[in-house]
Design a protein around this ligand. Structure first.
Ligand code: NAD
Length: 295
């Protein structure tokens, strides 16, 4: 049993914290929002009066916040000072690679350990304990964190040193964004050429066009009954989250001087998409903007 402070009890954090309790760990939770604290208490979690209070008695501090600034502010606003020396800080928020490295340096300078461990798998994965974790950590810190991550996920990948978990996340989602756009374009092009959705799906899903954006997240209703297109594009993975992740990809592209034309274009298209109704819809519904000539 490990004493864990779990901070950030939103869509992802609350079910993740519950899975740690189910696995037998001693979890003290905190969120800055009253509603999130109440939901956590209703779910049977022990809720601390503040983040530093939760961190003070913990061996491990896990954060699941919206963005990098929340992580850096919380670390510098009392968490690092409150924790006992040598505490393992695990940040599972999706944040920029450079922010993750800054968080790592701050934690180490304060006498702690820190890893970045962003996730994929969404709220369903968080609830079912089937998340994928992409981890940036030293070998020793990875081994220390692994049993805890296994209580919340089914695939735990050690991507390299600090920041490289976030690097893997940003690269993966750039692939996903570009492929979801082109799958949408292919279906719209097929429609205009008189090709049925089923025929295109049957060919491409069994040929070299096969990819997750087609075979799992098919953007037209019919061929894949579980895809968001069959439920009016309820997410799934919301356009706002994809736009956020592509903003992190763009930052990394610019910082590294990478010639990533498709990644840049995907960022522009999803930023426009998420500035309207697309923010709350599954990101595969960008096909409707393509069909209507809005992108
Ligand atoms: P969310 O907004 O539902 O939850 C974040 C919580 O953090 C909020 O309740 C907020 O009040 C809390 N918080 C912020 N600052 C805090 C602080 N200093 N102390 C305590 N609590 C604080 O977000 P989410 O959907 O749970 O996502 C969390 C992270 O996971 C994000 O970085 C997101 O990009 C990433 N992510 C989300 C999904 C998804 O499907 N929702 C999937 C993969 C990754």
């Amino acid at each position: 049993m490990t004493r864990i402070a779990f901070l950030g009890l939103g869509h992802m954090g609350l079910p993740m914290a519950r899975n740690l309790v189910k696995a037998g760990h001693d979890v003290v939770a905190f969120d800055v929002m009253d509603a999130a604290r109440s939901a956590a208490a209703d779910a049977g979690l022990f809720v601390a009066p503040s983040g530093p209070d939760a961190a003070s008695g913990a061996e491990v501090v896990i954060t699941m916040f919206p963005a990098g600034r929340h992580v850096l502010e919380a670390y510098q606003g009392g968490l690092l000072d409150a924790a006992a020396p040598g505490t393992l800080f695990i940040d599972s928020s999706t944040i920029a690679v450079d922010e993750a490295r800054t968080a790592h340096s701050l934690a180490v300078e304060a006498g702690h350990r820190n890893i970045d461990a962003p996730v994929s798998g969404g709220v369903v994965g968080a609830e079912n304990g089937t998340l994928a974790f992409m981890v940036g950590a030293s070998d020793a810190d990875f081994e220390a964190a692994k049993p805890l991550l296994e209580a919340m996920g089914k695939r735990i990948v050690h991507c390299g040193g600090p920041g490289l978990g976030q690097a893997a996340k940003v690269c993966n989602n750039m692939i996903l964004a570009v492929s979801q756009i082109v799958v949408g374009e292919a279906f719209v092009l097929g429609e205009r050429l008189g090709l049925s959705h089923d025929a295109l799906y049957d060919v491409a899903a069994n040929a070299s066009g096969q990819c997750w954006a087609l075979s799992t997240n098919c953007p037209v209703p019919g061929p894949v009954p579980t895809s968001p297109a069959n439920r009016d594009y309820q997410p799934g993975f919301a356009g706002a989250l994809m736009a956020k992740d592509l903003g992190l990809a763009l930052k990394a592209i610019e910082q590294t001087g990478t010639d990533a034309k498709m990644g840049r274009l995907a960022q522009e298209l999803y930023a426009a998409f998420a500035s309207g109704d697309g923010a709350g819809r599954d990101f595969s519904s960008i096909i409707t903007d393509i069909r209507d000539g809005r992108v």
